[in-house]
Design a protein around this ligand. Sequence first.
Ligand code: HEC
Length: 135
Amino acid sequence: MAPRTFIRRCAGLTALAISMAAPALVQAQALVPDVQRGQQLVESRCFACHSLDANRAGPALRGVVGRKAGKAEGYFFSEAMAAATHTWTVAGLKAWLTNPEKVVPGQEMNYYLTEARDREDVVAYLASVSKPAQK
Ligand code: HEC
């Protein structure tokens, strides 16, 4: 094999190795949610309608992980949400934030996050504030 051809082949293999490794790296990042970034996202995207401890246009979000859907105290849910029987989990909230209508048809939130990374971080933050406020 001429040395030049050899070099070219090696370069090709390196490029291939990088292209195969890249998706794995992206996935690894997605698995480590950033709670602080999640807090910023919740404050900028969700607090237009929600807060942690008060019901606004949407129900209070503190403690939502592990809470029964559609049962936040003192909040008047849509019929569809009030009839929901599931308990919010991390996975369930990610699904909700991907497409609420698919999780609870007839719900009235009609807001979602298009980026998987944003959903990861938002739900990680919600899970981190899932204990009732200290009084
Ligand atoms: C435009 C207003 C609006 C925005 C923005 C919004 N929500 Fe909501 N959200 C609502 C409403 C209204 C409901 C109640 C829906 C119903 O009763 O059908 C709700 C319900 C929910 C519920 C169900 C709570 C429960 O107790 O079952 C969760 C969880 C939730 N929102 C999370 C979020 C998150 C996280 C964001 C930001 C990424 C967000 N929402 C952004 C209006 C909004």
